[in-house]
Design a binder for this molecule. Structure first.
Ligand SMILES: NC(=O)c1ccc[n+]([C@@H]2O[C@H](COP(=O)([O-])OP(=O)(O)OC[C@H]3O[C@@H](n4cnc5c(N)ncnc54)[C@H](O)[C@@H]3O)[C@@H](O)[C@H]2O)c1
Ligand SMILES: O=c1ccn([C@@H]2O[C@H](COP(=O)(O)OP(=O)(O)O[C@H]3O[C@H](CO)[C@@H](O)[C@H](O)[C@H]3O)[C@@H](O)[C@H]2O)c(=O)[nH]1
Length: 459
C-alpha cells in the first residue's frame, strides 16, 4: 500500500520505517527540514534501538520524507502522528492537530483542482481519501475536530470523499520498533467498512503473529482505549510507589513485597518497579488530558488526581533522602541518567530534570551524566535559560555541568543520585568519589559493598 505519515517524530518515524519494512511504500511529511533531511540521508533523527538500520535499509526506496503535503495525494491513506501536548492547565492542546488537518485538506483540495475536477485517489475501489488519527486524542477529536477541518479545507464530505479512522499507538520509547512490529494489540476505530478494510490490509503482515489481538471498535472507544491504557499503567506505578513509600517507612523492602504481590496473576509482575516515578512524553500529559477531559464531562477524577500527586512527590523524597546522608548545601552531586527511561534520548518530563532543579534550588552543584541524552538536556536548559546551556553563572542556585563519561562524572563528588536505570550504571567506578554515597531512585544492580552508603527510595 502507499501510506503517508504526517508528523515524523518518535512515533511517526518509527511507524514509517516499520511500515516500509512490512513492504508498504511510505512517505513521511514533516515541517522540520532537519528530520526530513536525516531520513532521506538514511539516518535516524532519534536514538531508538533498531530504528537506524531500518531507515538505512529503506530510505530512498520504500521510505521517503518531505516537507511537501502535496505528496500525500497519491497515497491510499494518511496517518496523523502529530504531537498532542498539554496546555498549562493540563488540558489537551490540539493546535498541531488542527494545523496539520488544515494543511492536509488544502493539499487534497489542490490535487482535486489539478485533476480536472474529479479527485483521483490512489485508494483502490473507492474515490475517497482515508485519514487515520494515530496521535493520542480525547474521544470526539477525530470525528468532531480533525474530520471537519480536513473536510472544510479540502472541500470534501466525510462519508463521501473523505473517510476517517482512529488507530492509537501503544509503542514504548526504547523498545519502539519491536513493540510496533510485535504488538499485544492493534486497535482500530473506523467510520466505514472501507476504512476498516484498508486498515486490516495495512496491518495484515503483522496480524498473523501469535499473540497479536486485532480490536475493531467505534472511533470514540478507540480514542479512549489509549487514555485508559496509559491511565491504568501510570496508576499502577503510582500505587507501587505509594506502597513502596509505606514499605520504607516500616523498614520493609518494596521490591521483595511487590515481587511477591506480582505472583498473583490478576496483578502481574510487570510495571511494578517503584522509585522516582513516571515521566516521558505520554503518561504525564495523557493522565492530565484525561483528568481535564473528565472534568469537562462533569466527572471528578479523584483517583487520577491522587495518582499524579504521588508521582509529583517522588523527586522531593529522593532529594530528602540524599540530605540524610550528605550536607547538601554547597555539595557537588552527580545525577546519573537524564532520559526519562533507559535506551532513549527522550528527556520529555524526565524525573531527572526535576531532581536537578530541586538539588540546584538547595545550592547543590550538579554534575550530570547520561549515555545519550546530554545534548538534549543542554538544549533544554539553553532554551529555558535564554541561551546558557551550563548556566554555571546562576547565582541563586547551584551550577550544572555535564560529563560524557561516568568516571569523570563521579570523580571528586560528595555523592550521587541514580535517576535513570541505564545498564551502564551497573558497575559504577565509585573509587574516585569524594564520598561513596549513592541514593538510588531506580533500584539498579550495583555492588553495594564498594559504597560507603547506599540508600533506595522505597527499600
Ligand atoms: N512517544 C511515544 O512513545 C508515543 C507512543 C504512543 C503514542 N504517542 C502519541 O503520538 C503522538 C506523536 O508523539 P511523538 O512522541 O511522536 O511526537 P513528537 O513531538 O516526537 O513528533 C511530532 C512531529 O510532528 C511534527 N509536526 C508538528 N506540527 C506539524 C505539522 N503541522 N505538519 C507536519 N508535521 C508537524 C514535528 O516536527 C515532529 O517531528 C502524540 O499524540 C503522542 O501522545 C506517543
Ligand atoms: O514499573 C515501572 C514501569 C515504568 N516506570 C516509569 O514509567 C515511565 C513510562 O515508562 P514506559 O511505559 O516504559 O515508557 P513510555 O515510552 O512512556 O510508554 C508509555 O507511554 C506510551 C505513549 O503513550 C505508550 O504508547 C506505552 O504503551 C506506555 O507504556 C518511565 O518514566 C518509567 O521509568 C516506572 O517507574 N516503573
Amino acid at each position: 500500500m502507499h501510506v503517508s505519515i504526517v508528523g515524523s517524530g518518535y512515533v511517526g518515524t518509527t511507524v514509517a520505517a516499520c511500515f516500509a519494512d512490512m513492504g508498504h511504500e511510505v512517505v513521511n511529511v514533516d515541517i522540520d527540514e532537519d528530520i526530513v533531511d536525516a531520513i532521506n540521508a538514511g539516518e535516524s533523527p532519534i536514538h531508538e534501538p533498531g530504528l537506524a538500520p531500518l531507515i538505512d535499509e529503506h530510505a530512498g526506496s520504500r521510505l521517503r520524507a518531505t516537507t511537501d503535503y502535496g505528496e500525500i495525494v497519491d497515497t491510499d491513506l494518511t496517518m496523523l502522528c502529530l504531537p498532542t501536548p498539554q496546555h498549562e492547565d493540563g488540558s489537551l492542546d490540539l493546535g498541531p492537530m488542527r494545523a496539520a488537518s488544515e494543511s492536509l485538506g488544502e493539499a487534497l483540495a489542490d490535487a482535486d483542482d489539478a485533476a480536472t475536477g474529479a479527485h483521483e485517489d490512489a485508494n483502490p475501489g473507492t474515490d475517497s481519501h482515508l485519514v487515520v488519527v494515530k496521535s493520542t486524542v480525547l474521544p470526539g477529536t477525530t470525528e468532531d475536530v480533525v474530520g471537519p477541518l480536513v473536510a472544510e479545507a479540502g472541500g470534501m464530505t466525510v462519508g463521501d470523499d473523505l473517510d476517517l479512522a482512529m488507530n492509537p499507538e501503544f509503542l514504548r520509547m526504547g523498545t519502539a520498533v519491536s513493540d510496533f512490529l510485535d504488538p499485544d494489540k492493534v486497535v482500530v476505530g473506523a467510520t466505514s467498512e472501507d476504512a476498516a478494510a484498508t486498515l486490516r490490509a495495512l496491518y495484515a503482515p503483522i496480524l498473523d503473529q501469535d499473540g497479536t489481538e486485532y480490536v475493531e471498535t467505534d472511533v470514540r472507544s478507540a480514542e479512549l482505549i489509549k487514555y485508559a491504557n496509559n491511565a491504568f499503567l501510570a496508576s499502577k506505578v503510582s500505587l507501587v510507589n505509594e506502597l513502596g513509600n509505606i514499605a520504607k517507612s516500616y523498614g520493609a523492602d518494596a521490591y521483595e513485597v511487590l515481587d511477591a504481590v506480582g505472583l498473583d496473576d490478576r496483578i502481574s509482575e510487570r510495571f511494578m518497579r517503584s522509585g522516582l516515578g513516571w515521566g516521558g512524553s505520554c503518561f504525564p500529559k495523557d493522565v492530565n488530558a484525561l483528568r481535564a477531559g473528565a472534568r469537562d464531562q462533569g466527572y471528578e477524577p479523584g483517583l487520577l488526581d491522587a495518582v499524579v500527586a504521588v508521582n509529583d512527590g517522588q523527586p522531593d523524597r529522593l532529594v530528602s533522602l540524599l540530605a540524610n546522608h550528605v550536607d547538601i548545601e554547597g555539595a557537588r552531586i552527580t545525577v546519573l541518567g537524564l532520559s526519562f527511561k533507559p535506551h532513549t534520548d527522550d528527556i520529555r518530563k524526565s524525573r531527572s530534570l526535576l531532581v536537578i532543579d530541586r538539588l540546584r534550588e538547595r545550592g547543590v552543584d550538579v554534575v550530570a551524566h547520561d549515555p545519550v541524552a546530554i545534548e538534549n538536556v543542554r538544549e533544554y536548559y539553553a532554551e529555558r535559560n535564554g541561551g546558557s546551556a551550563d548556566s554555571a553563572t546562576d547565582v541563586e542556585t547551584g551550577s550544572l555541568t555535564f560529563e560524557e563519561s561516568v568516571a569523570e562524572a563521579l570523580a571528586g563528588v560528595d555523592g550521587a543520585v541514580l535517576a535513570t536505570d541505564w545498564p551502564e550504571y551497573d558497575d559504577l567506578p565509585v573509587e574516585t568519589m569524594n564520598q561513596r554515597i549513592l541514593v538510588d531512585g531506580r533500584r539498579i544492580d550495583v555492588d553495594r559493598d564498594r559504597l560507603d552508603a547506599y540508600d533506595g527510595l522505597t527499600w
